[in-house]
Design a protein. Structure first.
Ligand code: ITT
Length: 190
């Protein structure tokens, strides 16, 4: 019987929800993802890809094992793309309610979630991106997921990410798109 090769890959994050979403996507591609703890440094920059790659290279220094870093953000059109790369800080300070307040009375609720996944698998260093657009609700709905999930309804859907199971979110999400591209790439390599 042919032996199936699987790749063990570390996800450097403090966010277990990201791990769960990404594990489900990557497993069919022969990738066993585990959470690794070296501190994820987060530089201030205007591009998620840059932030993810700097963090991934830094993590490699202490971990020395094949790894990925996922940096994601919510880009709101009426706020000129804010909070974008500053999403973590804005989530921790203003939270979901703060975003809804900023959009009070605003008719343009269009927004996009983006993910950049940086891979360090020496000598390879690559970034894979995913994007899903949709609308910001007027009040939080649902209790699953994390972060801004309760206020984001992806295009073509009637429920927020927080009203979906992990598998449902993975059918449409920004993270799933980035992880699938990563998965296909790795599968083609091994
Ligand atoms: P790590 O940096 O430790 O990986 P994090 O939660 O800080 O975890 P990011 O910096 O990538 O992740 O995300 C910035 C913010 O955007 C974060 O506070 C999340 O709340 C939010 N976010 C990221 N991905 C999301 C998603 O799929 N759904 C909802 N909110 C998300």
């Amino acid at each position: 019987m042919a032996e199936t090769r699987r790749l063990r890959l570390a996800l450097v994050t403090g966010n277990k929800h990201k791990l769960r979403e990404a594990q489900e996507i990557l497993s069919p591609y022969g990738i066993d993802l585990y959470m690794a703890g070296p501190e994820k440094i987060e530089i201030q920059a205007d591009s998620l890809s840059k932030i993810a790659m700097v963090a991934a290279r830094h993590a490699w220094e202490s971990l020395g094992k094949p790894l990925i870093v996922d940096d994601s953000g919510l880009f709101i059109e009426a706020l000129n793309g804010f909070p974008g790369p500053y999403s973590r800080y804005v989530y921790d300070t203003l939270g979901v309610d703060g975003i809804l307040k900023l959009l009070e009375g605003e008719e343009n609720r269009h927004a996009c979630f983006k993910t950049a996944v940086a891979l360090v698998l020496p000598p390879l260093e690559m970034v894979f991106e995913g994007k899903t657009c949709g609308t910001i609700t007027t009040r939080p709905k649902g209790s699953s997921g994390f972060g801004f999930d309760p206020i984001f309804v992806p295009e073509g859907c009637s429920r927020t990410y927080a009203e979906m199971t992990v598998s449902e979110k993975n059918k449409v999400s920004h993270r799933a798109k980035a992880m699938k591209t990563l998965g296909s790439f790795i599968k083609s390599m091994f």
